[in-house]
Design a protein. Sequence first.
Length: 398
Amino acid sequence: MLFKPQVSLVFDEVTLNNGIFASNYYFKLKAFPVTKKPSSTKKPEVTNLGYDARQAPINIKLGQDEKIALYRDMVRIRRFEERCLRSYQQGKIGGFLHLYIGQESIAVGCASVMGKDDHIITAYRDHGHALAVGMGMNEMMAENYGKITGCSKGKGGSMHYFDPSRNFWGGHGIVGGQIPLGTGLAYALKYKGLKGACMAFMGDGSVNQGAVHESYNLAALWSLPVVFIIENNGYSMGTSQERSSAGPSLAQRAEGYGMNWAIIEDGHDVLAVRDKVGQALKLAHDKSLPSVLEIRTYRYRGHSVADPDTTYRDKAEIEAYKSTKDPLSVFQLSLLAEQTLTDELIQKIDESARAEAETSAQFADASPYPSIEDIKKDVYWEIDNPADRKSVGALFFD
Ligand SMILES: Cc1ncc(C[n+]2csc(CCOP(=O)(O)OP(=O)(O)O)c2C)c(N)n1
Ligand SMILES: [Mg+2]
């Protein structure tokens, strides 16, 4: 339909054709303003908006100590990352450093509903998930410093934390790259008849990656025990979610694959995260059904600490979120109101988290760098298995 008005002409050509023909029209399309998204037509299946998360069955049974532990875990993430930022500014950390500050309720809420057979995989903004599953600040800070005592022996840095003993499979730098891997973990569980499910985390910027859709397709087709968790903090680097992703919501795309999906508006509320993620995890455990959850959240710092964060969003936007939805403050107020926390305990938790983070910086500082020999270890090298060698190519470190 070549003679339609310009908007539909371009849209038709782009959707009906491919290759050069379509890309000719791409530049015209690019200039169009972003259209307002239509509202969702179908109710999400795993959601329950406008409710009191404290009354959810999974939360009502929480004891005081468990609630304090959730709060403490969020504080530990915040203080650890603030210390990381200082170390970066002191020139102790090279490469990138992506802070999770503002999103703590998600990692802590999700890890708290994980069973011992469940697995977790995430992107490069991985400090929160690592601490939440029980990794130690020392091995994490040392990894940031590139030291041999780091969890990846100093070869991965902040983006590549790993701890298979805690079913924590990283820490991945390629946007969306961890999603096929997480789907593979879920496949392996089902294939081997093992218990458990995989929680595969991604940012809002991942959802347009082809590999994410290929993963959705296989997860639904083979009914895999996986929960895809989109941490929608509103931005991929400096591009807002509205400017990068079409459709009414990021999670609703799951409908195309016949998967359960939900939007968790109150991602700042650790109890709401526990409830909704717990439901999706139960579906994975009991029925081997996959889900896509979109958890709305916000990051306070720039994309990485190298991002001056001055061009793509307003400071007032950051302050508005901080003052009304800060995950730590919101939970703290609620626990104070029910007298689970006292001012004294809050101070104690805070001081202890600061001291732990400070100790980790000293530990990292005092640790040695890997030797050249250490750097060569654990790198796949065909010469390690000469009998199985199938191809000839350049060998690492030869
Ligand atoms: C395949 C690929 N493309 C581009 C990049 C560069 N890049 C790194 S982070 C990022 C933004 C991702 O944003 P989002 O998924 O929303 O995660 P967030 O940083 O908000 O946690 C981009 C484009 C990359 N690492 N990998
Ligand atoms: Mg994002």
